[in-house]
Write a protein that binds this ligand. Structure first.
Ligand SMILES: [Mg+2]
Length: 177
């Protein structure tokens, strides 16, 4: 029988890499992967979860971020993940500027389509992000949510102050599957 797998969905900017100084990370050389992300991903993999990055990159549709630059950032990310013997199932990107688009967080489309495509169990899955949009997308998809930062929305199931605290949190709260 086919068994649905739980997943940890992760926002990108501020979770995977240092957040942009301006609105967007436009240049691949400014894409700086956080060591705490790699630690968190190691735990996620060790505990038996899939990991999927879900990111709004509206800057692509406004022309501020070149698609080739975005591809290069994600190539570096995948290469780094592989070099650390870790596993990332997918990077799902919403490039639209349309807030009504189902894929643009806080809408849950990126999570729902990934779940459909890969057979993920959303109710045993987590969404981790540093913006209210991430928490809302996770909530609407039926996932448990963790807000990374100091001004968590009431709707977040959990809050940790920073990425180091997230690693500790996951060590304590992520069940083995
Ligand atoms: Mg973010």
């Amino acid at each position: 029988m086919h068994q649905l797998k739980p997943c940890v969905f992760l926002d990108r900017d501020g979770i995977v890499n240092k957040p942009p100084v301006g609105r967007y990370i436009e240049r691949p050389e400014d894409f700086e992967i956080l060591p705490e992300f790699l630690e968190a991903l190691r735990l996620i993999c060790e505990r038996g979860y899939e990991a999927v990055i879900v990111t709004n990159q509206k800057g692509v549709s406004t022309g501020q971020v070149k698609p080739a630059a975005l591809m290069e950032m994600h190539r570096v990310l995948i290469e780094t993940v592989l070099r650390h013997n870790l596993r990332l199932l997918d990077i799902r990107i919403s490039t639209t500027a349309d807030d009504a688009h189902p894929d643009r967080k806080p809408n849950p489309g990126l999570l729902l389509t990934a779940a459909h495509e890969y057979g993920l169990d959303l109710h045993r899955s987590w969404m981790i992000g540093d913006n209210v949009r991430d928490i809302e997308a996770g909530r609407r998809a039926g996932c448990r949510t963790v807000f990374v930062g100091t001004d968590a929305p009431d709707t977040a199931n959990h809050q940790v102050p920073n990425m180091s605290a997230l690693v500790k949190f996951l060590r304590q709260h992520l069940d083995f599957v």
